[in-house]
Design a protein around this ligand. Structure first.
Ligand code: SDX
Length: 429
């Protein structure tokens, strides 16, 4: 590499490719013209070395364990702000003034109700449907109810669709929970803040008054901040790819929700808690550590490892602190799952295998313990991740739609199938 270009020698040809640098972090080699100049593609399954876009929203330094939303460290945002402030920051690029925050809160609050017909849509599901199945369907179904905000070429409609999703996804999430436990839906209450409103929609019942615990509401609000965005992860890349075809925003967020559900991604919080329950006691930990290290065993320590973080996930540290805060508030002195989690982390972090492969707890390792203590069933954990990540998906979708150089995403392949051959009639096969 010389200066700001790199050269590739292939088939006796030298191909010059520009090197583009960002404001911070790794530079990129622009290979857009590689196929035209060489007739070859690059090959990077899993995109371990591929930047799919230019973005100004979130920056991660995996080695240093740094996560910035629009340049602000996640630790400071989680400590000092609330989730709707983070939503405004991710969408608009700057922290809101007091007036801007008040206006944003007001507008989100007044979009929290869903069309009354959606309640009937829910009743098409079995009561034992997984809440994530309901979320994938109901978020996609929003495009059937809100036609007036599906024209992506209209900035006003893009803004309305964005506000609607940030405001309505918690209502749909609470409805998904209520439906699976057979309790009546609870309407949003405009007098409550965003996260308190969500807790009330989940846990209030018509038979008695419900008082939101401010410590739990603050803790959950902080958990939403931690989950709000994370650069070009699998579900965000899904949203961008779906959006690149011009699909409406509700459909794109439904696609991201489907991708997040996977246990290697957002489904890991549910899988991590199930793993802790399966391990059951500190005595069983060595057996599971051995399984995780056994190449012939598909078992992995759920909540451990990350494609980018090769050091501690900064969110996991804040998550761990929040776990203790919630357990203390609820008077849970000795949670056996927490004992297993703390001991599992201690053993794993001192084990050569995990050190060599740089496997640390990620955000999903402690979140399940906290959410379970708050009263959420395991099946709701990824729904809560979906609720929080909706704003990140929307901010990334908006950035892509507003990028004048945006075009449909269409990767190529290395074909290793059969070369062309002629059809054989069935009688001669
Ligand atoms: C999230 O991308 C994001 O930003 C995601 C996320 C977000 O906010 O959007 O941060 C949210 O999805 C967090 C990750 C949640 N997933 C899990 O906790 C599931 C368990 N972790 C893994 O499956 C895995 O670590 C991934 C999927 C997270 C990362 O996979 P990579 O980067 O493809 O790494 P890999 O699978 O190639 O593993 C590298 C090595 C392998 O060993 P070798 O083949 O090199 O010998 O590490 C091993 C793996 O076998 N390994 C593990 C392990 N994770 C990786 N071994 C045991 N337990 C694990 N958890």
């Amino acid at each position: 590499m010389s200066g700001n270009t790199s050269q590739l020698q292939v088939d006796g040809k030298t191909v010059d490719m520009a090197i583009k640098s960002g404001s911070v972090g790794p530079s990129v080699i622009d290979i857009a013209k590689l196929y035209a100049q060489t007739g070859m593609f690059t090959y990077d399954p899993g995109f371990t070395s591929t930047a799919s876009c230019e973005s100004q929203i979130t920056y991660i330094d995996g080695d240093a364990g740094i996560l910035l939303y629009r340049g602000y460290p996640i630790e400071q945002l989680a400590e000092h702000g609330d989730f709707l402030e983070t939503c405004y920051l991710l969408l608009e690029g700057e922290l809101p003034t007091a007036a801007q925050k008040a206006d944003f809160d007001y507008r989100v609050t007044r979009h929290t109700m869903v069309h009354e017909q959606m309640a009937r849509f829910f009743h098409g599901f079995r009561r034992d449907a997984h809440p994530m199945a309901i979320m994938v369907a109901s978020i996609g179904a929003l495009s059937a109810f809100y036609h007036d905000s599906t024209d992506i070429s209209d900035p006003h409609q893009r803004m309305i669709a964005s506000m609607r999703m940030i405001a309505k996804v918690p209502t749909l999430a609470a409805m998904a929970y209520k439906y699976t436990v057979g309790q009546p839906f609870v309407y949003p209450l405009n007098s409550l803040d965003y996260t308190s409103n969500f807790l009330r929609m989940c846990f209030a019942v018509p038979a008695e008054e419900y008082k939101v615990n401010p410590v739990l509401s603050r803790a959950l609000d902080r958990i939403f901040i931690l989950h709000a965005d994370h650069e070009q992860n699998a579900s965000t890349s899904t949203v961008r790819l779906a959006g690149s075809s011009g699909a409406n925003p509700f459909a794109c967020i439904a696609a991201g929700t489907a991708c997040l559900w996977g246990p290697a991604h957002g489904g890991a919080n549910e899988a991590a808690l199930k793993m802790l329950e399966e391990i059951g006691s500190v005595d069983n930990i060595p057996k599971y550590i051995a399984k995780a290290k056994d190449k012939n065993d598909p078992f992995r320590l759920m909540g451990f490892g990350h494609r980018v973080y090769k050091n501690y996930d900064p969110r996991a540290k804040i998550m761990q602190k929040t776990t203790h805060e919630v357990l203390n508030e609820l008077g849970i002195k000795d949670d056996p799952l927490l004992d297993v989690a703390v001991e599992l982390e201690r053993i794993a972090l001192s084990d050569e295998y995990f050190i060599e492969k740089k496997l640390y707890p990620n955000i999903d390792f402690y979140s399940g313990i906290t959410l379970k203590a708050m009263g959420f069933p395991t099946s709701m954990f990824t729904v809560l991740f979906t609720l929080a990540r909706t704003v990140g998906w929307i901010a990334q979708w908006k950035e892509m739609i507003e990028d004048p150089s945006q075009r449909i995403g269409r990767p190529r392949q290395l074909y290793t199938g059969a070369p062309q051959r002629d059809y054989t009639p069935i009688g001669r096969r």
